[in-house]
Design a protein around this ligand. Structure first.
Ligand code: DX5
Ligand code: ZN
Length: 220
């Protein structure tokens, strides 16, 4: 599980991070939006930097920005362990992968709901993670687009064991099972965790549902 900070109560960010960290979350998903690539602005470097000093979680920065080449370094310096960029913003994905790696971070590439797998063909073997968007990026709380499960399935058949397959958007108790069955192994959830009265219980339920579905699938 990768709780998405976007759905947290920003007036008590640290408390919210501590709650999921103490409950065993290992990855914190950080949704950075620039108001250009997506029609919304979220948070940036200073927020990540402040949280870094108080959390040991793996910081997974999802850059929904038009210029990841320009800003990746600032996010890694602020404490991001991992950078995911969108394939839709670059003509030179290999250069971006090399740049992010040279900064010392792991690298992911993200596909919008209608972006085909062919667009990441040239870097599929060299990234650490592929992120499949199951909503249009920009806002939390949207409905899951189940069509993307076809891409998840194909990617899971093609990716290596050392690579992560992440899904993001509309993950909740009703949708997480199908994503796990399709082959996703990392589940971003914002509203379904931080939007709940008890985020810890919500996260544990999601984890159980994902594991249960994945196990049932592997036995079938
Ligand atoms: C959407 C973000 C997501 C978002 C998911 O642009 O990339 O990470 O926080 O929110 P939920 O889980 O509420 O769909
Ligand atoms: Zn995200």
């Amino acid at each position: 599980m990768a709780p998405s900070l976007l759905a947290a109560d920003f007036s008590r960010l640290y408390e919210q991070v501590a709650v999921v960290e103490e409950a065993g979350a290992e990855i914190l998903h950080l949704d950075v939006m620039d108001g250009h690539f997506v029609p919304n602005i979220s948070f940036g470097v200073p927020v990540i930097e402040s949280l870094r000093s108080r959390s040991k979680m793996f910081f997974d920065a999802h850059l929904m920005i038009t210029e990841p080449m320009r800003y990746a370094e600032a996010f890694v310096k602020a404490g991001a362990d991992h950078i995911t960029f969108h394939i839709e913003v670059t003509e030179e994905p290999q250069a971006l992968v090399d740049h992010i790696r040279s900064l010392g971070a792991s690298v992911g590439v993200c596909l919008n709901p209608t972006t085909p797998i062919s667009s990441i063909e040239s870097i599929l073997a060299v990234v650490d993670l592929v992120l499949v968007m199951s909503v249009w990026p920009g806002f939390g709380g949207q409905a899951f687009i189940s069509d993307v499960l076809r891409k998840v399935k194909e990617l899971s058949e093609r990716m290596g064991d050392h690579q992560r397959l992440q899904i993001d958007g509309g993950i909740d108790p009703n949708t997480i099972g199908s994503a796990a069955v399709a082959g996703a192994d990392t589940f971003v959830a914002g509203s379904a965790i931080f939007g709940k009265p008890d985020p810890v219980e919500a996260m544990q339920l999601l984890r159980r549902l994902a594991q249960g579905s994945a196990v049932a699938q592997s036995k079938s």
